[in-house]
Design a protein around this ligand. Sequence first.
Ligand SMILES: *Cc1c(COP(=O)(O)O)cnc(C)c1O
Length: 398
Amino acid sequence: MAGAELIGKEECKEVMDVLGTGIFARYSFDKERQGVWKVRDFEKAFAKYFGATYALGVTSGSAALKVALTALDVGPGDEVICPAFTFMATYEAVLEVGGIPVMADIDDTLNLDPDDITNKITSRTKAVIPVHMCGAPARIDRIMKVAKKNKLLVLEDNAQGCGASYKGKMLGSFGHMGIFSFDHYKTITTGEGGMIITNDLDLYHRAEWYHDHGHDHLSTVHRALDGRTILGFNYRMNEFQGALGLAQLRKLKKVIAAQRKNKAALKEAFAPIPGLKFRLIPDPDGDSATFLAFNLPAEEQTKAFQKALKAEGIDTTRFKDNFWHYVPNWEHFLAKSTAQTKNPFKDPRNRKVTYSRKSIPHAEDLLGRTLIMGVNVIMPAAKLKAIRKGIANAAKVL
Ligand SMILES: *Cc1c(COP(=O)(O)O)cnc(C)c1O
């Protein structure tokens, strides 16, 4: 649960600043807001923290994906390679802009397999979305190499890896653009919210214009007289989200340090189990430690262990069963059941693409025998002790 566990007086103070001015919108009201610009400050602090030149706050992580894909000019006729293991928003965003998501396999990191990108490239492939699932990096260096060689744009979906890094560089800062989510479950939270980062001024401008009806935000003139180049929509972050984000970002280091400590303790409890292997993390020092993932040699054994853990009060997820994070389980997606009957799947500019379990053998195998558990920030010694005991008891079924 991460940042949500630490909501306290710091968040209250930031939000009270906003209530004090009565200006909840991020733009305009320069005089009335009495110098309070929470979204702007949050963006500045965020860009600095993540080593990016520009950051743009938006309404959600899903909106961030859509705004970024729009800035990258992905649209009808374009294909975007996405991993089979991700949250649905990654695929939905591609459809939202009129493109077609192409499903690729994962590797031992549980993230997009760089080698499978090459298998999935067609003349229509425009971009690839590596997703750093459960707080740990994909093989992002290799993914960037494959993308560069094939002239693909890279949008990092780092909704789950806020504060994680790969060889000292923050996740989200490798691709042409990177996105973050601040929904309630994420590493830091603003209730709902998202961020886009990039080092490219042109991409930043396109995202900034698009997320706010084309306003250029550059001028000193009244907002109604702003310059404009492209049409857009409204995905603006509000000042309350900015306020919460500022307070939460200051706690990010603490969140991650606590999770790392608690994850190490949990790993110790699982380590003696014969045949159990922890998820491969290409750079363990960069793990944000929001989740602990491990696998057993066989699927049936994994199911039995999960059941035994549950009986001890320890919840884990086996993502092959999961409704929201594994493409083969999205019956509405597979049925191409979008809200509009005229949808990208039927658009003649797009190629017909299939999503079969057979095309993702590694995900089918690995997600069937992997269990994932959330790591809390706050873990009292008594709770850890009970979990350790529960793990030892559950292990008797193996
Ligand atoms: C949470 C999440 C999103 C969407 O973020 P929201 O803020 O909930 O819209 C996108 N991608 C991944 C991988 C996520 O986990």
